[in-house]
Structures are given as structure tokens and as C-alpha cells.
Design a protein around this ligand. Structure first.
Ligand code: PAF
Length: 281
């Protein structure tokens, strides 16, 4: 496994791989790696001849400067974890390498960016698209791997590829959970002991929502989820929305066609956690 800090170094080795017609799988991350990330890297290794993992805490996608400052940075541990995975190249640039000049590009994701994360984190998805499009430009991956935990991000990346006419295949990967059901996230390491103890309630309540969907309308299910989260104590729901998998439009009736996804954002103290479940209807 080789570590690169500059675009030029990475592109040199990738150029060699390309001339040998090797396929390239790419896993973009912001580091603080956990089993969820590693599962993406293993899948990339099973499906490609070369695997690139990027580790870059992208400033342009943070709408809250405190969140950017507190985001966990654990490069040495990340490299140790990746060494036991099928990872050939790690790209860990400094911000100046990625943004020698401010990125002024504005993407238009239409209604996809006006709901849920887009509504509560203004500018977030524009920053995600800025960095992911730059990374795709640098790596030119055949396949790129994204966790379904960031469900809306996955939809945005698909749309970005369509807007930029990129032919990288975007591969969604299942959510990886702790034994108690909490979705794995780099932010989990920031939870206090008390908040960590109650955080698994999020997934339990989402599972109850699936059971509730037999007897209640989508709006009623949503109201019950928010009520239950807020009654846990130490948890505060920011939103819970049941949306169509493709359009991210709110679902009004279970009879509507298409897969429905229940997406949630919850504050556990200062730490914002997201999760989602699929309503199989
Ligand atoms: O999901 C993430 O960790 C980030 O949003 C990504 C895709 C690496 C872009 O910075």
C-alpha cells in the first residue's frame, strides 16, 4: 500500500495502471475509518484490480465551522486499518492541494438538495459534489463505492454523474451497524458515554416504524418516530421523513409506487447522527 499526498504522484502510478488496462475502484472517505468504510474497501478490492482510498476532511461541505474543527482526524490509525485491506493507494492531500483556489462551482441538484440534509445543512451537497467531482477527475475510477447510510448523498452523487456525464459506476453499499444496531459513523467516536448508551434507540425506533407502517399512514408513522426519539431523553430529532427512493419526494400514501426510505437525523448532544431504513412495500 502506498500513501500519496499530491495529485501528481497519484496520477503517475494510476497512469501506469491504466496503460496496463487495470480496473480502478475508488472509496472516497474523510478518514476516522470504521468497519463501514472497510467493508467498502473490501468490496472495491473484490471487484477491481486496483483500489484507491482517499482520506480528506473536505472543508467545503461543512456548513458549521465547529463541526469541521471537531471532525475526528486519525490518519495513522486509518493507515494501519487500510494495510489489512485490499487497498493499493491512499490519497491523503492537504486542503491546498485540493483547493489551490476557492472552488466557485455551483451545482444544481433541483429538488434533491432542498429536502432533509440539504434543507438542514445548506451548501453541504454542493461541497460534497465539489470534492467528489475533483476526486473523480483525479482518480478516473471505473467504480466508486458509497455507503447507503448517507442515502441522500448517494442520490446526489448519481445526479452529479449525470450532470457531468461521468461514466464511473456508483455502487451503493449496505449500512454496517454496531452489534447494538447503531449505524457505524466516524462521528460515533465523538459521543459521550451517556449519548452512546442511548444512540442505539435510533435504529430500534426505526424498526418499530416499519412495524407501525402496517397500521399507520406515512405522516402518522413520521410523527410517532419523532415523538419516540424525543421522549428517549438525550436525543433530539431534527427530522424524520419517508421519501421515494429516487425522487426523495415525501411519500403521502403507502400505495404510491416505488421503494420508500425513512431517513432520520438526530442530535445526540452536540453530535448529529443520521440513519435510514427501507419500507418494503
Ligand atoms: O461520505 C463522506 O465521507 C464524504 O461526504 C465524502 C463522500 C468522502 C466527500 O467528502
Amino acid at each position: 500500500m502506498k500513501l500519496f499526498k499530491t495529485i501528481k504522484q497519484l496520477q503517475e502510478v494510476l497512469g501506469g495502471d491504466r496503460s496496463n488496462k487495470l480496473t480502478v475502484g475508488f472509496v472516497p472517505t474523510m478518514g476516522a475509518l470504521h468497519e463501514g468504510h472497510l467493508s467498502l474497501v473490501r468490496r472495491a478490492g473484490a471487484e477491481n484490480e486496483r483500489v484507491v482510498v482517499s482520506i480528506f476532511v473536505n472543508p467545503t461541505q461543512f456548513n458549521d465551522p465547529k463541526d469541521l474543527k471537531n471532525y475526528p482526524r486519525t490518519l495513522d490509525t486509518d493507515l494501519t486499518l487500510l494495510a489489512s485491506c485490499p487497498c493499493d493507494y491512499v490519497f491523503a492531500p492537504e486542503p491546498e492541494e485540493m483547493y489551490p483556489e476557492p472552488d466557485q462551482r455551483k451545482f444544481d441538484f433541483g429538488s434533491l438538495e432542498r429536502v432533509m440534509e440539504g434543507k438542514f445543512r445548506p451548501g453541504h451537497f454542493n461541497g460534497v459534489a465539489q470534492v467528489v467531482s475533483k476526486l473523480f477527475d483525479i482518480v478516473s475510477p471505473d467504480r466508486a463505492y458509497f455507503g447507503r447510510k448517507d442515502f441522500q448523498q448517494y442520490s446526489i452523487i448519481l445526479k452529479m454523474c449525470q450532470l457531468l456525464q461521468l461514466d464511473t459506476a456508483i455502487i451503493p453499499c449496505d449500512i454496517v451497524r454496531e452489534a447494538d444496531g447503531l449505524a457505524m459513523s466516524s462521528r460515533n467516536s465523538l459521543l459521550t458515554r451517556e449519548h452512546r448508551a442511548v444512540a442505539p434507540q435510533i435504529y430500534l425506533i426505526l424498526q418499530e416504524a416499519i412495524l407501525d407502517s402496517v397500521s399507520f399512514t406515512p405522516a402518522e408513522v413520521a410523527e410517532r418516530v419523532v415523538g419516540k426519539i424525543n421522549s428517549v431523553g438525550l436525543l433530539q430529532a431534527e427530522y424524520f421523513e419517508i421519501v421515494n427512493e429516487h425522487t426523495l419526494e415525501p411519500v403521502n400514501s403507502w400505495e404510491e409506487p416505488g421503494t420508500k426510505v425513512g431517513c432520520i437525523a438526530v442530535f445526540a448532544g452536540a453530535v448529529r447522527l443520521i440513519d435510514n431504513v427501507i419500507f418494503d412495500k
